[in-house]
Ligand binder design. Structure first.
Ligand code: SF4
Length: 373
């Protein structure tokens, strides 16, 4: 086994200041180097024997070269994320995932031959060696989790991160996606053979800021803007949202921020010390402040909540009354397209809804009824 000559030169140079990375320790003394790995205790190595000594722990050397020479960026979100992708220990000031043990270099080198899979929202990421016969350089493949078992030949294959912009813009039915982290990312595409920087850029188009905020959270530096402070700093047409009643903010979070509607894990609350009644969700990446979609929705609800409640008298059978609830449920859960025309048991069935409208609406298209004095 021989050592890559470029890696050899680089690590030998770096030894002057001392190399201590991912289990590889190489220090240059006056007359000899001292080499140590988790598998071998510290050993004095004559400079003329250094290439052979490093060849015996070639995985540690090429791993050092990949992270320190190719990736670089110590302390950055990009580097931390790429290390998370291959289940490496993350940098010193970034907490590892408490639910799993990081892999050692030999374990990763074994796994990277077939690829290490990770999920990030609806994204499936595979980290693998670019060339299994010259292990070291990594390549990254990215696709939709629903396509994890698909043949790449059946997918639209891209290699330019900017192509991800279009993928993120519309859902599978061609509808505009105002919230990029909604679980409506369309499938049928793949990015293959990306570099680490390209992977991070691609994810930035699909799920903006998620890597940066994940990194901040792991470092304990995620600055959270809760509802009150966010609402109070709004200006223009959104200035009024700080009038939204306290309990309505619970309803807003339940409407917009739960896992079924958004893959971010809501970390903001009503205000420090006053948590919302709704769980923030289980997403991999945190949400640090109410987003623009929620602010726009809050404006609408603030206006609507200003209306006075009234009592109405309507003539409905018990089934018709229950049907109203079924209709609201079906719309709120996005179930309308799944209800078969023949399923007349479902109150949100199209024919049931049309029948109710024909029977109970007046000629102006309103529910017949009257406001009680
Ligand atoms: S505010 Fe709610 S809907 Fe908006 S990104 Fe955060 S969790 Fe998602």
């Amino acid at each position: 086994m021989s050592i890559d000559p470029t890696h050899f030169e680089h690590v030998r140079e770096a030894a002057a200041d001392g190399v201590d990375f991912d289990g590889l320790s190489l220090q240059r003394g006056d007359e000899a180097f001292v080499l140590e790995t988790p598998e071998t205790s510290a050993t004095r190595v004559d400079p003329s024997d250094l290439a052979d000594a490093l060849a015996s722990c070639e995985a540690y050397v090429s791993n050092w070269a990949y992270w320190q020479r190719t990736v670089g960026g110590e302390g950055t979100a990009r580097r931390a994320f790429l290390r998370w992708c291959e289940r490496a220990p993350i940098d010193e000031d970034v907490a590892d995932d408490p639910t799993e043990d990081p892999l050692t270099v030999p374990e990763r080198y074994e796994a990277l031959r077939d690829g290490i899979d990770r999920e990030w929202g609806q994204l499936a990421i595979t980290t693998r060696f670019l060339d299994v016969d010259a292990a070291g350089e990594r390549a990254y493949d990215l696709w939709h989790v629903d396509d994890a078992d698909a043949d790449v030949a059946d997918l639209e294959v891209y290699d330019d991160p900017r192509e991800a912009r279009d993928i993120a813009t519309h859902d599978a039915d061609g509808r505009y996606r105002p919230l990029k982290t909604a679980p409506t990312l369309r499938s049928g595409w793949a990015f293959t053979g990306l570099s680490g920087a390209e992977l991070v850029e691609t994810i930035g188009f699909l799920y903006p800021a998620t890597i940066a905020n994940w990194h901040r959270e792991r470092r304990g530096t995620l600055d959270i803007d809760h509802w009150r402070e966010t609402a109070e700093r709004q200006t223009g047409i959104y200035e009024l949202i700080d009038e939204l009643p306290r309990e309505a903010v619970d309803w807003l979070a339940e409407a917009c921020c739960v896992d079924s509607q958004c893959l971010r894990r809501r970390e903001w609350e009503y205000e420090e010390g006053d948590d919302l009644a709704v769980d923030g969700g289980d997403g991999a990446f945190p949400c640090r402040e109410p987003c623009s979609l929620v602010i726009a929705a809050a404006r609408k609800w603030t206006i609507l909540e200003n209306e006075t409640e009234r009592t109405y008298e309507l003539e409905l059978t018990k089934s018709e009354f229950n049907q109203l609830a079924e209709l609201v449920d079906a719309v709120a859960d996005g179930r309308i397209d799944e209800i078969r025309e023949a399923d007349l048991e479902d109150g949100a069935n199209r024919f049931r809804a049309r029948y109710l409208r024909a029977k109970r609406f007046d000629e102006d298209g309103r529910l017949e009824g009257r406001e009680r004095e």
